[in-house]
Structure formats: structure tokens, C-alpha cells
Design a protein around this ligand. Sequence first.
Ligand code: ADP
Length: 470
Amino acid sequence: MELIRVNTSMNLNKFLILNRRLHLLKSKAYINGDWVNAQSNKTFSVLDPSTDKPIGTVPDMDATDAKRAVDAAAEAFKTWRNTTAKERSYVLRRWFGICKENRDNVAAILTAEAGKPLSESLGEFDYGNAFLEFFADTARHINGEIVSSPWPNKQILITRQPLGVVSVITPWNFPYAMITRKVGALMAAGCTCVIKPSEDTPLTALVAAQLAEQAGVPKGVINVITSSRENAAAVGKVMCQDPNVGCVSFTGSTFVGKILYGLAASGVKRVALELGGNAPFIVFPSADLEYTVDQALLAKFRNAGQACVGANRFLIHKDVFDEFVTIFKNKISAKVEIGGKYAKQFGTNFYEATLLVGVKPDMKIYSQEIFGPVAVCSKFNTEDEALQIANNTRSGLASYVFTKDLGQAFRMSRELEFGMVAINDGILSAPEPPFGGIKESGIGREGSRHGVEEYTDIKYTLFSGLAKGM
Ligand code: ADP
């Protein structure tokens, strides 16, 4: 079975190479350019999710440490905000370059703590590092506007200024890319940050900080605090409510996102929230089914189905339903008919790629984000019905449509209530387009110039009294 084959492709040799590559592992957090313990001296273990064995320990920080990190970022902001766009671009490009030199090392740590196959870790690394490269370029294109004034002898100037310290809270499923996508953008804008990585994957964040240090990112611009889940709420409160924080940038569950949104509201802080999805993957009769199923495999099983843009509901037109399901089944079930259980030969930390049909709308699996290697296929009759089913969710992140009918593609792009629509493709994220959702899937965009602008405030300055003699 494809998923299992990939997950077990790490043979003994590869494992030994992997272990040698873990030399960048850090066991301390990073505040104001120093590698530090928690003030309480507490630590917690980071586990290898394929074996549940510890691979390292990191400080278990609390609210006091969080405050220290925010203060450091606020101090660094005073100078970083006044660097030129060109300087920031150079620093980001150096960081990109040093990370690239350490591609294999970063990927090894990603695999060790996130449990994804090495090939997927390398894929995440390339994707994540492309954001540093892109934002190094974008840094030099954050421009303002001069617009016509409705009054004589007055001039309107619109500028973009960095909004301050950004609190960055990231999940475990893309431990490298979620950091570069946020930190590359905010640094380009002239902001500084405090990063709280997931308690499951703090090591990749510490490696990224270590490489940033080597690249000459000034002290205090990037701070990384690590905490166990028990301390996450106390740390999160400081990160959302400290007066020095200008923005909370979060990727994770809708549940936690709503808590942080509430906390940030009391200080009217800017939020950038990338929350859960419930992506429809809609297949019309005109689609090339072989190609569509290949894309379905990518959209569903990449990262073992643990991606917020992962296809969650396969909506297949009735005329091609049986054929689609047969091709889909054949492509994922070389050994097992349709999965549905643990891959016992590897213990209970691995689950088989699974295909379900006949799922009813009132079933839990239909409405909740699956976040695993389980594909659910349902039949539809008409375009309107497909749209009605697809939009019947409070989530609105990614959606996928397969059709060769141009008008239909255009109508779907317009009518789907999602922040992102992929026509005839199963993968859509890159540094150039804006990534983000509507409804309960989030606020704000990451990537593209919009992703940088998230971290700026617009300032309007009126120059008056410009008449001669005034
Ligand atoms: P996931 O299920 O993908 O781990 P979560 O939303 O639970 O998604 O977690 C994403 C990030 O949010 C992690 O870094 C986690 O530690 C953090 N987190 C969870 N609860 C809180 C909280 N109350 N305050 C701040 N951060 C939190």
C-alpha cells in the first residue's frame, strides 16, 4: 500500500545516516541571541512518533519566559524596524542559503520528530525554504502610495510600517514551513517575533533559529520559546496579550484559534489565523479520471492526510463515480482492499490508507476534518448539488475541482466559498500565491505580497499648508 510503503522506506542504513545528521539538535530555547533554559529549569521530552522513544529534551517554559522573549523582541524591533529593505533582504537571503546548505540535516530532524518519511521532509524543506527566498525578494517591494488629494495645496501620503512584535504559534504537521512562511514575511516587513512551536516538534524550530543566528539575524529579532502542552495556555496568554505584541500569527486547530482570537481581542491586536479546513474535491464527468486520481492521492495522502488543505470530501458525479472509486481503490490498495485499521506489522503508530464510500452527511466523518489517510467518496448529480454540498460547511480553506469545461471551471471558482480553489490540480500552495481561508478557516493570508502586508500597518499622512507663502 502506497502510504505504508513510503512510511517504512527508511531502512537501517538510512536510519544510521539520519542519526548522524541530528548534530544540529538543540536542547535549549533561544531568547535575545542566547541559548537558555526555562527560568524554572523544567524540561520536557520530545518523542519520535514512530517509536514513542525520546529523541531530545527542551525547556518547559512558562509565562515568565514568554514575557522575557516578548521584551527581547520589542527591544530588537527598535533597530530592526529602521533597517533598510535592502538589508533585510540580504539577511533573509543569507538565512535561505545557510538553510539550503543544511537541507539534509533539517530534513533528518523533521523526520525524527514529526515522523514523516524522509522524502516528505525534504519536500517540506524545499517548500518552506522557498518562502525565505521569496520574502528576501518581496522585502524590497513593500511600497506605499501617493494618491490625488481632493484639496488644493495638500498631499496625501500612504506608507506601510511594520506593526511590531509578532507572536508566532505553530503546529506539528509542517514544523519548518509554518515557521519560514510566517517569519520570512514578518522579518521582510521589519517586524520581530517570538515563536512558540508545537510541543511535539520544537526541535526543527530551534534548528531554524540556529541557522538564522549563523546567517547573522540580529539578536532578539527571532526568539524561540518551547513549552509543554500544560504550559501552552499560560504562554499563549502572554503572547496574545502583552502590550508589546502587535500581532498573533497562528496556524493550528480552529478550536485553539478561537481561544487566541478571543485573547487578542482585548488588546485589539492584529491576528493572522490559519485554521482547519474541510476541502471538497469535486470531479465532473469531463475530467481525465486517471490524472484526477493521481491528484487525489496527492491531495489526500500527502503528509499522511495531515494537512489543513488536504482533500476531506470527495464529491464525484454519478456518471463517473464507480470508475473513479475503482481507479482510486486500485491505486491505494495494492494489498488491503480498503484499509480501515492499524498497519499492525508496524504497531499502532501507523494507519492504513483507507477509502470509504456510502458515507451519509449526518456522519461525523463527513463534517469533521479527518486529518488522516482516510478518503471519503460521495455521489452527486448536478453542478448545483455539488456546490451546495461543498459549501455546506463552516470551513472555507482549500477546494479542488476537476473538469475540462471552461465555463464550469469559472463558475466553480466564483461560487465555491473557499479561500483557495485548485482547478485540475491536487496541490496548490507555493510562496507566490496567497494562502488562507474564509469563514472559520481563518483570517489573513500567508505567502505572496499580501502575506507580508499582513505584518504592516497602513499609515496615512496628510501634508497640508503647501501653498506658496504659507
Ligand atoms: P494541533 O492539533 O495541530 O496540534 P493545536 O491547535 O492543538 O493543533 O495546536 C497548535 C499550536 O497551538 C501548538 O503549538 C500548541 O501548543 C498551541 N496551543 C494549544 N493550545 C494553546 C493555548 N491555549 N494557547 C496558546 N497556544 C496553544
